[in-house]
Design a protein around this ligand. Sequence first.
Ligand SMILES: NC(=O)c1ccc[n+]([C@@H]2O[C@H](COP(=O)([O-])OP(=O)(O)OC[C@H]3O[C@@H](n4cnc5c(N)ncnc54)[C@H](OP(=O)(O)O)[C@@H]3O)[C@@H](O)[C@H]2O)c1
Length: 257
Amino acid sequence: MSRVFITGSSDGLGQMAARLLIEQAHEVVLHARNQQRGQEALSAVPGAETVVIGDLTSIAQTRKVAEEVNALGAFDAVIHNAGIGYREPRRIATEDGLPHVFAVNTLAPYILTALIHRPKRLIYLSSGLHQSGDASLRDLTWEQRAWQGQQAYSDTKLHDVLMAFAVARHWPDVFSNALEPGWVATKMGGAGAPDNLDAGHRTQVWLAVSDDPAAMVTGEYFYHMRLRTPKPAARDVERQEALLAACKRLSGVALFN
Ligand SMILES: NC(=O)c1ccc[n+]([C@@H]2O[C@H](COP(=O)([O-])OP(=O)(O)OC[C@H]3O[C@@H](n4cnc5c(N)ncnc54)[C@H](OP(=O)(O)O)[C@@H]3O)[C@@H](O)[C@H]2O)c1
């Protein structure tokens, strides 16, 4: 039996992954943005151990999420699932002055990776759209560029792959992988999404707990439980390090010394 923490498990793929893990007799700690969503998450996922509360748009609250997770003891796996989509019509600034999408999709998993006691497995939810992410990493916070919601989202999903691969390199004792779930009909994906919703949560569960040798690898990218080739720039060590350096500067949290 494994113990798994899943960010953004009040809805969508995070909630589905939580249910499947519990069905398989694993222990799951949920996460939601506020108390009300936390209560809703607990009702929707019977058998979950508890829920940790914190809005990932806020650096302070994200740090607190990590503290609360650590206070719950050790975890075998963390699934960095929480995310916001590509439909933000303008640059919405967080309390820290960052674009929402960057704060939730890039900086929050960075901070949580740095501050949560190291699990055995880390899984980062990316997207096929990471292929269109800007590998130059210029203007990460959209101060110079004219806002484009889909580009901002795609950039962050490339960041998630860069992060997974950087962590795999730095922590060889941890399985750190990224995946794309397919375009599926969650709140984010929208009702008309064409891919198989039932396949959308299985890869992250498999990577989190399975003894299948194919799941016990690191620094890889998956789609529907099979290896898929990520954007080649994601393998570029200099870019990986540049992203980590930027996240360190923007969050004040160091992932590696
Ligand atoms: N659906 C797709 O087609 C698709 C495709 C490719 C990749 N993905 C990736 O899959 C992951 C899950 O997406 P999904 O489709 O399941 O989306 P979803 O249904 O919109 O669920 C997103 C989850 O993240 C939570 N969340 C968002 N912002 C948060 C914040 N500031 N603080 C705390 N929690 C927050 C949401 O909380 P609330 O419920 O309170 O909003 C929800 O639990 C994302 O990383 C996404 O990029 C999805």
